[in-house]
Design a protein around this ligand. Structure first.
Ligand SMILES: C[S@@+](CC[C@H](N)C(=O)[O-])C[C@H]1O[C@@H](n2cnc3c(N)ncnc32)[C@H](O)[C@@H]1O
Length: 302
């Protein structure tokens, strides 16, 4: 079995939120007339290996570092009880894709599809292809949960919009804060075209330039002036901006995120929960469950 070593101190917090939500979602929709689908857009291999560092022992010695393997998001979804009706796992990396196929093969009676390739392409296709809101008598509509768990800046805004337009998916989204602030250096002289394009793609707009940077015209000498700018938006302001952006797409709700951190304590990402459904009953149910999970996640330590 190929190991997938990823994540930091907060990864188990993130996966716990997903696990708790899937279980509550599945229970809540058990007796309703919906097909429940789970889409894991960056599915990994099905498991997660974490290297726990060597610990100091008495007498100046060190215990050996340890590798611990636990279920990743795909296996968590498959193990959800009551079971979700169908599961779609998307993965670009060939080795991890093969692991997912092997995992799906362990459950021959289940509706598990494994897709290879770019998550943006597959998610956008699924969002338009699935009959979310069937109006025909006797045919059930589909509702679901999607988990976007990239390493960094892989999710394009078009994908976020496609999910929001389904009005049927609840979305757990790992938004890469560190990718944002690294691509938006305080000194705009370092803000090259590649960084700008990457931010435009992830945020789906260009207005971050005005909102994050202070622009002022400073005198160079008595005949000339020059445009000066510095990024004044700190990480909190960037996170608030992301929430505002998500609110432009998700008409149901966007909850305040949990902040996840790197090993060294620096901000890594914000775990957002957003509801695309606009029905008041669906929004109430989803936000009640997710608020509770996020609140617990905020106070817990991995
Ligand atoms: C943080 S890991 C996901 C971990 C997984 N959610 C879990 O809990 O086990 C990110 C995964 O996304 C995959 N990936 C990166 N870019 C991708 C893309 N554009 N499309 C699909 N998968 C991608 C990587 O190969 C990696 O397995």
């Amino acid at each position: 079995m190929a190991k997938h070593i990823f994540g930091g101190p907060d990864t188990s917090r993130k996966l716990r939120c997903l696990q708790e939500y899937l279980r509550a979602f599945s229970i809540a929709l058990r007796n309703q007339q919906f097909e429940c689908v789970y889409i894991d857009a960056f599915a990994g291999s099905g498991s997660r290996t974490e290297v726990r560092p060597a610990l100091p022992l008495l007498g100046g010695e060190f215990a050996e570092s340890q590798e611990v393997t636990t279920p990743g998001s795909a296996r968590i979804a498959i193990d959800t009880d009551p079971p979700l009706h169908s599961i779609v796992l998307i993965e670009e990396d060939p080795t991890r894709f093969a692991e997912l196929e092997r995992l799906a093969g362990e459950y021959p009676g289940r509706d598990i599809t494994v897709e290879k390739g770019d998550a943006n392409k597959h998610v956008q296709r699924l969002c338009t292809q699935i009959a979310w809101r069937q109006r025909k008598p006797g045919i059930r509509g589909t509702r679901g949960v999607i988990f976007l768990d990239p390493y960094g800046m892989e999710v394009s805004w078009q994908t976020v919009e496609a999910i929001a337009k389904t009005e049927a998916l609840d979305c757990w989204l790992f938004f890469p804060l560190s990718g944002l602030y690294r691509n938006a250096p305080r000194d705009p002289a370092r803000l090259d075209a590649g960084k700008q394009a990457s931010l435009d793609r992830v945020l789906g707009t260009t207005d971050w330039r005005e909102k994050w940077y202070d622009h002022e015209t400073a005198p160079r000498d008595i005949f000339e002036t020059r445009e000066q700018a510095t990024r004044r938006a700190d990480v909190d302001a960037i996170e608030r901006y992301v929430k505002e952006r998500l609110l432009t797409a998700f008409k149901g709700a966007v909850l305040d995120p949990i902040r996840l951190h790197h090993k060294n304590g620096a901000p890594l990402a914000s775990l957002f929960f957003a509801v695309s459904n606009t029905s008041p009953a669906a929004v109430k149910l989803a936000t009640q469950i997710a608020s509770h999970i996020l609140m617990r996640g905020r106070s817990s330590h991995s």
